[in-house]
Design a protein around this ligand. Structure first.
Ligand code: FMN
Length: 202
């Protein structure tokens, strides 16, 4: 069993989403001691933005020599993703959505013919054989009954992206209201860590 663990917070040891994603991974290590865990810190080794030459190379054009590292990095993250049985992602909310480092990763794994294809009935996901768990942390509150609900483009975006490639039921553990105050932060983190520890991991 292979687990791919990704983090995308720029806040290093102060990050909430990193703490919660690590707790999710720990839960899987406990339940499956021989699980193979691969880790990628998307902030330490950021992927480049997509470029026209990169897309052309994906479609068979001979890549420019200067692009070879970029293409190799893109292939490596796509292969890691395709090989994983479980994917755990730490995803903070920055400016109402995912960090750009995580977006750069998504741009490398949404590849026609690999994770989705277009057919007579529209798009079809090809990566439905995985369990995806996302640890999200948000400074405020974005529940359906809150005034900020329309500004929520983190969880809603990730649900759509993973659904598009065939993962119909990505799981989210949220720590919300992190910027509201220290008491609230502690309560949110404790709740998220408990949810991680209670996960059905077998
Ligand atoms: C650059 C930046 C942008 C942020 N933008 C938002 C935002 O749009 N909405 C929000 O609720 N919180 C926002 N926050 C607060 C974070 O979502 C919150 O601190 C969360 O814990 C970040 O996750 P992390 O601790 O794993 O980095 C922002 C924080 C930073 C550093």
């Amino acid at each position: 069993m292979k687990l791919l663990h990704l983090d995308s917070s720029v806040l290093g040891p102060h990050s909430v989403s990193r703490q919660v994603s690590a707790a999710i991974v720990e839960r899987f290590r406990q339940s499956t001691p021989d699980i193979e865990v691969g880790y990628r810190d998307l902030t330490l080794e950021p992927l480049a933005h997509l470029s026209g030459p990169h897309l052309a190379a994906n479609q068979g054009a001979a890549p420019e020599a200067a692009l070879s590292d970029d293409i190799a990095a893109g292939r490596a993250v796509l292969d890691e993703f395709l090989e994983a049985d479980i994917v755990v992602i730490g995803a903070p909310m920055y400016n109402f959505t995912i960090p750009s480092q995580l977006k750069a990763w998504i741009d490398r794994i949404l590849v026609a013919g690999k994770t989705f294809k277009y057919g007579p009935d529209g798009a079809e996901g090809l990566a439905g054989n995985k369990r995806v768990l996302v640890a999200i942390s948000r400074g405020g509150f974005y529940g359906a009954d809150t005034p900020a609900a329309a500004g929520e483009h983190l969880e809603t975006y990730l649900r759509w992206v993973f659904g598009f490639i065939g993962i119909r039921d990505p799981e989210f553990i949220a720590a919300d209201g992190i910027q509201v105050g220290p008491d609230h932060r502690e309560k949110a983190v404790t709740g998220a860590l408990k949810a991680a520890g209670d996960l059905k991991a077998a």
